[in-house]
Write a protein that binds this ligand. Structure first.
Ligand code: IPE
Ligand code: IPE
Ligand code: MG
Length: 224
C-alpha cells in the first residue's frame, strides 16, 4: 500500500454547477465551499499531512470583475468565520501565490498564516493567485541571484512549495483533463485522477474511493 502524505486538488466545476442548479455561477462558488469543509475533515480522518487546494489561478484574473470580487468576499468571510476553529483543530494554513489582493484580504491571509504557523495536524496550502510558470521563473531568478548552482535540489529550494513534499495524488474534479498551470514541477511523479463530478457534487465517498485506488497503484518512479 502506498503511503499518502500529500493530496493536491484542482477544485473545478463550481461555475457550471451554479448555472445548472441555481442559475448563477457565484452560487456554485458558495456551494463549493461546503465541499472544501467536507474534504478537509476527510483528509484529517485519513491522516494525510498536506492538502493543497487550487482556489485561484494567475489566469483567473481574466474573469469578470463581479465573479472575482465574489470569490474574494467568500474567502474573506471564510477566514473571518473559520480560522479560529481551524486553529483549534491544529491545522496550519499556508498561501501559495502572490498576495496582491485588497489590503484587508492580504492582512487576513497574513494573520491566518501567522496564527496557525506552528500547527501540526494538517497543513493546508491554498493556491491563490498561483501560477506554476511564474513560480518556476521566479525560483530561477532567485537561484541565480543566490549564485547557487542550477540543479534540481537548489531550484526546489526557491519554489513556493519549499519544505513541502511533492503531491502523491492529484485530483481534478469537473470533467476536464488538464493541469491549468498547477504545480507543473511538483506533479512530475504524482498519480492523477480526473473526476467527472463537479466540485460541489464531490463527496467524501468519492474522495475515499480515489484514495483507495491510489493506495493500490504500483508507483515506479522510473524503476521496474
Ligand atoms: C473552479 O470552478 C473554481 C475557480 C476557478 C475559482 P470554475 O469557476 O472554474 O467552474 P467551471 O469550470 O466554470 O464550471
Ligand atoms: C483551474 O480551473 C483553476 C482553479 C480550479 C482554481 P479553471 O477553470 O480556471 O481552468 P481552465 O481555465 O478551465 O483551464
Ligand atoms: Mg473551471
Amino acid at each position: 500500500m502506498n503511503p499518502l502524505n500529500h493530496v493536491a486538488i484542482i477544485m473545478d466545476g463550481n461555475g457550471r454547477w451554479g448555472l445548472k442548479n441555481k442559475n448563477s455561477r457565484n452560487a456554485g462558488h458558495k456551494a463549493g465551499l461546503n465541499t472544501v469543509e467536507k474534504i478537509i475533515k476527510e483528509t484529517i480522518k485519513n491522516k494525510i499531512q498536506f492538502l493543497t487546494l487550487y482556489a485561484f489561478s494567475t489566469e483567473n484574473w481574466k474573469r469578470p470583475k463581479k465573479e472575482i470580487n465574489y470569490l474574494f468576499t467568500l474567502l474573506e468571510n471564510f477566514l473571518v468565520n473559520r480560522i479560529e476553529d481551524l486553529h483549534k483543530q491544529n491545522i496550519k494554513l499556508k498561501i501559495l501565490g502572490l498576495k496582491n489582493f485588497s489590503k484587508r484580504l492580504n492582512k487576513l491571509l497574513n494573520l491566518a498564516e501567522k496564527k496557525t504557523y506552528k500547527n501540526k495536524k494538517l497543513q493546508i496550502n491554498l493556491a491563490l493567485n498561483y501560477g506554476s510558470k511564474y513560480e518556476i521563473i521566479n525560483a530561477l531568478k532567485n537561484l541565480k541571484k543566490s549564485k547557487g548552482k542550477i540543479n534540481e535540489r537548489n531550484l526546489t529550494k526557491f519554489l513556493l512549495t519549499k519544505n513541502i513534499p511533492d503531491p502523491d495524488l492529484l485530483i481534478r474534479t469537473g470533467n476536464t483533463k488538464r493541469l491549468s498551470n498547477f504545480l507543473l514541477w511538483q506533479l512530475a511523479y504524482s498519480e492523477i485522477f480526473f473526476e467527472k463530478k463537479l466540485w460541489p457534487d464531490f463527496k467524501e465517498k468519492d474522495y475515499n474511493k480515489i484514495i483507495k485506488k491510489f493506495k493500490n497503484i504500483k508507483r515506479n518512479f522510473g524503476k521496474i
